[in-house]
Design a protein around this ligand. Structure first.
Ligand code: GLN
Length: 489
């Protein structure tokens, strides 16, 4: 089998058996990059020399019989809001154009300890704010299935890279859907873990109570294997939790007989395209065929999810982004009169339009006159949403939902109307508000050939149920080829 067609686990097995070297794997990724990167623009930085060096090191260890992890030697891409020691980390923002962190994020230390090879940094929406990767200050990433379309966002670079065979695996971050939605648009698989499962140390914060790092890959098993490497308690992140059930791969049994699946009927009511709905309903049928029970139920808080999410996310963002002032990091305006003017000009020039909109919105909802009316109300609404999900998970093992109401929009369409773009996050944001785990995996393609994704949501700490349900669907569906394999990029 050609290397680029392998899954990460197939590759690592071949590396372990010394049929393929990690160096060969890295070279194969670079040749895919040479082939597609001009079109997809997935990467902001590529580490050609270092990656080969790291791969050589792993090959040496493997020759000595040292296997650091089940993914040792596998190339992985990293979203550019995750700090790598000595490497430019920009969050796709001009304000961090020269920022080089002096430390590794916890997840990066874990990738290194696992012997994985870092290929480079992937493009994203500026500070992870967006749903299309178009708010990047540097470049527009394109969907490998159709380069006239967006890859989704904000982890669009990571998902496009995997879809184009420019990486076997990638790290994304998900604050309101940024792993799951671009995974759906690019026809790959992505997991947003239970809040606290993966350390946020070294992840540049967007909305700290919602942010979570997770894996993107070609299928569920690859993502589960990477999640096992990423997950774990970290003293450096006080919100990280200790879990005794991190053997996620053991849940990939494919057995869903007797599993109870709930589907919120409001999710299918309006705004969803016929094609996405049809392919989602087909997936429900598949579960019934496999012996699971599927039941529709009413989730009454659906209409409050987007407002509550955007108020809370923007409030936290406005506070988190205060630190970018022209003094501590990266960019400073060259022309100013006095300290205040320096702050003002630096932030005016350094941040893009979408980021500024959110800082203003967030500052507004936190201001003394409006705190009760907006921010506090949003927190109360969040509590109601949480209560509804808790009740649902007393009845159902998992909840199924589409990942996005439509397939990848054309480039340039979404930013014209930010409010409509925000509404497109309807299926993903509640998962973050409630801290729940969610996975997005491909369940079909529309008539233009663009992938359609579905989402499986689990109760708190119930990754295993969600992985079990995902593995069953995959076995039923069969392999979902990447854009590169189909030759469509
Ligand atoms: N699209 C959502 C937003 O712009 C989610 C982004 C994310 O998960 N980082 O807030």
């Amino acid at each position: 089998m050609e290397i680029e067609k392998m899954t990460a686990l197939e590759l690592s097995k071949a590396i372990r058996e010394r049929k393929i070297s990690s160096c060969e794997a890295v070279k194969s990724v670079f040749s895919q990059i040479d082939k597609w990167e001009d079109k997809t623009q997935s990467y902001l930085d590529i580490y050609r020399k270092e990656a080969l060096k790291e791969a050589e090191q792993t090959d040496k260890e493997i020759a000595e019989g040292i296997f650091r992890s089940p993914l040792a030697g596998v190339p992985v891409a990293v979203k550019d809001n995750i700090c790598i020691n000595g490497k430019r980390t920009t969050c796709a923002s001009k304000i961090l154009e020269n920022f080089v962190p002096a430390y590794d994020a916890e997840v990066i230390s874990r990738l290194r300890a696992a012997g994985m090879v870092m290929i480079g940094k992937t493009n994203m929406d500026e500070f992870a704010m967006g749903s299309t990767t178009e708010t990047s200050a540097y470049q527009t990433t394109r969907n490998p299935w159709n380069t006239a379309c967006v890859p989704g966002g904000s982890s669009g670079g990571s998902c496009a890279a995997v879809a184009a065979g420019e990486a076997f695996l990638a790290l994304g971050s998900d604050t309101g859907g940024s792993i799951r939605q671009p995974s759906a648009f690019c026809g790959v698989t992505g997991i947003k873990p239970t809040y606290g499962t993966v350390s946020r140390y070294g992840l540049i914060a967007y909305a700290s109570s919602l942010d979570q790092i997770g894996p993107v890959g070609k299928n569920t098993a690859d993502c589960a294997a990477l999640l096992e490497i990423l997950a774990g308690k970290d003293q450096k992140d006080s919100t990280s939790i200790k879990r005794g059930d991190l053997d996620f791969s053991s849940a990939l049994t494919g057995e869903v007989k007797g599993m109870k699946i709930g589907v919120p009927e409001e999710f299918l009511a309006e705004g969803i395209t016929e094609e996405v709905k049809a392919s989602f309903l087909e997936a429900l049928k598949a579960y019934e065929t496999m012996g699971a029970s599927v039941e529709f139920f009413s989730l009454k808080t659906v209409k409050y999810m987007i407002p509550a999410y955007y108020i809370i996310a923007c409030a936290e963002a406005s506070s988190n982004l205060e630190r970018f002032d022209g003094v501590k990091y990266g960019f400073r305006a060259s022309d100013y009169e006095g300290l205040h003017d320096m702050y003002k000009r630096t932030r005016s020039l350094g941040f893009g339009e979408e980021v500024k909109r959110r800082i203003m919105l967030g500052s507004f909802v936190l201001s003394s006159g409006y705190y009760d009316a907006y921010y506090l109300k949003a927190l109360r609404t969040k509590a109601l949403i949480q209560r509804e999900f808790t009740a649902a998970f007393q009845k159902y093992d998992v909840i199924l939902a589409p990942a996005a109401p439509y397939t990848a929009p054309r480039i340039g369409e979404s930013l014209k109307d930010p409010l409509t773009m925000y509404l497109g996050d309807i299926y993903t944001v509640a998962v973050n508000l409630c801290g729940l785990p969610g996975i997005s995996l491909p369940c079909g393609r529309d008539r233009e050939g663009l992938p359609i994704g579905m989402q499986i949501i689990g109760g708190l700490l119930q990754e295993k149920k969600l992985l079990c349900a995902a593995s069953a669907y995959e076995a039923y569906r069969g392999r979902f080829e990447t854009a590169a394999e189909r030759g469509m990029a």
